[in-house]
Structure formats: structure tokens, C-alpha cells
Unconditional design. Structure first.
Length: 181
């Protein structure tokens, strides 16, 4: 287990990078949310007007249904955009600290775990499980996201930033799993 445990330098850079990225994402998302809320308000007024135009028979039933569908699709897209911003609101510090502490001391923490939790932790460390073939033995397992980041790490922050940015949502989902444990 010590062999797969990342070095302290990796954890320092990871934490600094994640906190910096989250701060940037929060600022960007705040602006985007404000813009989305304004668009949503405009679209909801348009939707109301479409209903009013149907009531006063300006629109035929078919025109009304088509126009209503179009505006509801736009509303749905805006709501989805607002929903996607929720990962930025997630406070990463506590689960990040916890996962780093657990991984840093994996060789000590693993044997002390309640057997019911060992499987859940194993899924975080080896998300696809550990393959075994009778003739060949154990295969090389894909490691969890933090371990994948460690493989990209060359001692410089710049080596993990692109990977982290590209896979931010996956990283947040994994941190949420660590938090749930």
C-alpha cells in the first residue's frame, strides 16, 4: 500500500490547486448564474405571454403548442446550466482533507476499517475492482481519480491542472463519495 501512496509534495500541490480552481470556478459561476437567472426571468415572462396569446386566440392551438415547446426547451436548458453550477458550491476542503489523510495513511487506516466500509473504500481506490484470472493472477487495476492525478504529477502544479480542469466534475463526485464515508 505504501507503494501506491502519493508523496507529500503531491498532496500539497493537489490541495493548493483544487482550492485555487474552486475559487476561480466560484467567481465565474457566480457571474454565469446571475446571467442565467436574468435569462430565465425573461423566458418565463415570454412563456406567460404565450399563454395569454392563446387565451385571446392570437395563437392557434398548434402555434401555441409549438411556441410553448420551444420556450420550455430554452427554460430547461437555462435550469440545467444553473444546476451544473452546484458542483462549484460544494465545499471541497473538508472531504479533500479527509481523503488526503486517509490515502496518506492507507496502510494504517485500511486494517482498522469496519469490514462493511472496506468495500466502499476499495471502490474509491479501485473503481473498477481488481481483476483476477486463474492462469495469470491479479491484473493491473485502474486507480481512483486522485491516484490518476498522481500519475500525471511531475512535481509541478502545471502537470495536474489541465487534467483536473478537464475532469473537475468527476473529481468532485469522487470527493463527495469520500465525504459520504
Amino acid at each position: 500500500m505504501k507503494h501506491i501512496t502519493p508523496a507529500d509534495r503531491f498532496f500539497e500541490v493537489l490541495k493548493e490547486t483544487v482550492l485555487d480552481l474552486q475559487k476561480e470556478k466560484k467567481q465565474r459561476t457566480k457571474t454565469e448564474k446571475r446571467k442565467c437567472r436574468k435569462q430565465l426571468s425573461v423566458l418565463q415572462r415570454k412563456r406567460k405571454k404565450i399563454f395569454e396569446m392563446r387565451e385571446d386566440e392570437t395563437y392557434s392551438k398548434d402555434d401555441f403548442l409549438e411556441r410553448k415547446r420551444e420556450i420550455e426547451e430554452e427554460i430547461s436548458e437555462i435550469k440545467n446550466s444553473l444546476e451544473e453550477g452546484r458542483n462549484v458550491d460544494f465545499d471541497v476542503k473538508t472531504p479533500l482533507d479527509y481523503s488526503i489523510n486517509f490515502i496518506r495513511n492507507l496502510d494504517q487506516n485500511w486494517p482498522e476499517l469496519d469490514p462493511r466500509l472496506q468495500r466502499r473504500f476499495q471502490n474509491l481506490i479501485f473503481p473498477e475492482g481488481i481483476s483476477y484470472q486463474k492462469k495469470f493472477g491479479f491484473g493491473t487495476a485502474r486507480m481512483g481519480y486522485i491516484y490518476a492525478l498522481n500519475e500525471q504529477f511531475d512535481g509541478q502544479k502545471s502537470s495536474i491542472v489541465p487534467f483536473l480542469v478537464t475532469n473537475w466534475n468527476q473529481f468532485i463526485m469522487e470527493l463527495k463519495e469520500w465525504q459520504d464515508l
